[in-house]
Design a binder for this molecule. Structure first.
Ligand SMILES: *[C@@H]1O[C@H](CO)[C@@H](O)[C@H](O)[C@H]1NC(C)=O
Ligand SMILES: *[C@@H]1O[C@H](CO)[C@@H](O)[C@H](O)[C@H]1NC(C)=O
Ligand SMILES: *[C@@H]1O[C@H](CO)[C@@H](O)[C@H](O)[C@H]1NC(C)=O
Length: 531
């Protein structure tokens, strides 16, 4: 089938995501986290006079939604999201022969005023190609979904833009490439390592170097399937961002007051329902920002992660950079993972006394057959103690303040007192955590363990109570809700019977959700969160 491409070749032509045109139609979208069935359409498109068809239409149907076969796109998303994101009812149209050659389209792209804003000529050309292929398909009666994948029979690229979605060429008809480009549509950029290397000539430092993440394809740990290379799954921070981790199985280290103990982690690579232990640990390192943390996860060579060599403990650093959160896989010399018996230590802060605060993660024992690992985590993170760049200044009635040493002549301001208050309540204020943290005053609705909609505490209690009507208000024979009750539809597949008033509250909360998520932003890159 497909010979694996040397990654340098793949990367050089894989243009990635930032395909910014002057926005034609921007609709705000409240879809982080992403929990939905979203059908996609593939449009197969041949240039005038070029009869080459890398595969027939049926092959593309099988690739996209083929039943139960490894390497299909439907299977990838179903597995990586644990059934929260599906593409049921996706369809494939073509092959269409369009009345333009590649050269014709390049000319059209050059003179198209709408494309003038675009800085990159090659992207202009692909933008135009998609536009024309889609127009021809529509003309011939194809009923296309909003999310589109155009496949052309020449050229070398894999690219996603908000306008008209993904474009792929014959060399990129492999699951990793398509799933990667589709994932860009969830407001996710490329992933990074902490290494000072450039994987491809045009990429940023460390970009495409997270071996354990699809968004570093093709430099990541892929495996062969009958549809070309596939996987790996997504890294823990990406899963968190997309709402694909159950909230009761992620743990923010230190919240319970303990700083040194063994935690058991289940593999993220197997279905959640088949495991029972923690899926991800957050370890804070910044007392002024609980959103800056390390994550610890366990991955095993099954399903989308078949390409990883063996059971591996993987650490990421999540860090706010100019207002945007990025994830960096933490490397250990040449390794990207920790094996049994190895440890990682990070001295993240100098103390006032000249010592260091540190975080240590040690892999105690890997239980290969049970998909679990025991990890000892030790942290001397102290959310109240001053660091070496600060001077501890006694100040009744607050006890003390940590004042920046470089500006000791400055008067004590309300900002200093507020900073002290926030640090003191670092854990006490933490009702939600991770990339789906709610703004102050809100908690996760938690209708199930993946319901990250932020609501007030009373509403959380009320919504749970309103769920209690269900058994009473469902007709045993038809399994429909009885008259005067409605299906709640809080999320895709939610058929709970509730009162019309409760349904209205739930829908209003869903509409408001994006305004209540603390970090409602593009992840791993700079772009808008609008479609
Ligand atoms: C898919 O891959 C798994 C290994 O990850 C294997 O056990 C299974 O048999 C494969 N299924 C098919 C239909 O090829
Ligand atoms: C953090 O520092 C404060 C002040 O020195 C101390 O009282 C407290 O015990 C420390 N907390 C932990 C968890 O070590
Ligand atoms: C020092 O403090 C003064 C007054 O509070 C402030 O205007 C100035 O920006 C501070 N300088 C630094 C380097 O923080």
């Amino acid at each position: 089938m497909f010979t694996p491409l040397p990654s340098s070749y793949y990367g050089f032509v894989s243009l990635g995501l930032f395909c910014l045109l002057s926005p034609l139609l921007l609709r705000p979208i409240h879809a982080i986290p992403r929990r939905a069935n979203q059908p996609w359409s593939i449009i197969l498109c041949k240039f005038r006079g070029n009869q080459f068809e890398p595969h027939d239409r049926q092959w593309f149907v099988d690739w996209l939604i083929g039943n139960g076969k490894n390497g299909t796109i439907a299977q990838f998303f179903d597995d990586v999201s644990n059934g929260l994101y599906t593409i049921t009812d996706s369809n494939v149209f073509g092959w269409y022969e369009i009345p333009w050659t590649k050269g014709d389209i390049e000319q059209l792209a050059k003179i198209d005023p709408v494309l003038d804003a675009h800085e990159d000529i090659s992207l202009k050309k692909y933008y135009k190609t998609k536009e024309l292929c889609i127009a021809v398909a529509r003309n011939q009666g194809a009923s296309l979904h909003e999310r589109k994948i155009t496949i052309i029979n020449d050229d070398h690229t894999a690219v996603f833009c908000k306008e008209n979605g993904v474009l792929l060429t014959p060399k990129f008809l492999m699951s990793s490439a398509l799933a990667h480009e589709m994932t860009h549509s969830f407001f996710v950029g490329h992933s990074y390592s902490d290494k000072n290397i450039k994987v491809f000539p045009y990429s940023a430092m460390g970009e495409y170097d997270d071996k354990y993440d699809l968004m570093s394809t093709a430099n990541a740990l892929m495996h062969d399937t009958s549809f070309g290379l596939a996987g790996p799954g997504l890294n823990g921070p990406h899963l968190d961002y997309l709402g694909w981790l159950p909230m009761h199985r992620t743990f923010y280290f230190g919240r319970d007051g303990h700083q040194n103990y063994v935690l058991r982690l289940s593999s993220l690579s197997v279905p959640h329902e088949k495991t029972a232990d923690w899926l991800m640990i957050y370890i804070p390192y910044d007392k002024d920002n609980p959103g800056n943390f390390y994550t610890v996860e366990y991955r095993t060579p099954v399903s989308n992660d078949e390409g990883i060599g063996r059971g591996s403990v993987v650490i990421h650093r999540v860090k706010n950079r100019d207002g945007v959160y990025f994830s960096y896989i933490v490397t250990h010399h040449e390794y990207y993972e920790l094996a049994e018996g190895t440890e990682w230590i990070d001295f993240f802060e100098q103390t006032n006394e000249g010592g260091f605060r540190y975080i240590r993660v040690r892999v105690e024992k890997i239980f290969t057959n049970q998909n679990i690992v025991d990890v000892r985590i030790t942290s001397t993170f102290n959310h109240t103690e001053c660091s070496s760049s600060e001077l501890k200044t006694l100040l009744p009635p607050h006890g003390y303040l940590c004042l920046p040493r470089q500006n000791l002549t400055a008067t004590i301001s309300p900002q200093h007192i507020e900073q002290h208050r926030r640090r003191s309540n670092f854990f006490a204020d933490m009702k939600t955590w991770g990339l789906n943290s709610c703004n102050d005053g809100y908690v996760w609705r938690g209708l199930d363990q993946y319901d990250y909609v932020c609501v007030t505490k009373p509403r959380r209690i009320e919504a749970a109570r309103e769920s209690g009507w269900d058994g009473l208000q469902r007709d045993d024979t038809t399994t429909q809700c009885t008259p005067n009750f409605l299906e709640r539809q809080a999320f895709h597949g939610d058929k709970m019977c509730v009162t019309p008033e409760e349904r209205a509250r739930i829908l209003a909360e869903n509409a408001e959700a994006k305004n209540r998520i603390k970090y409602y932003k593009f992840f791993n890159g700079k772009d808008s969160v609008e479609e």
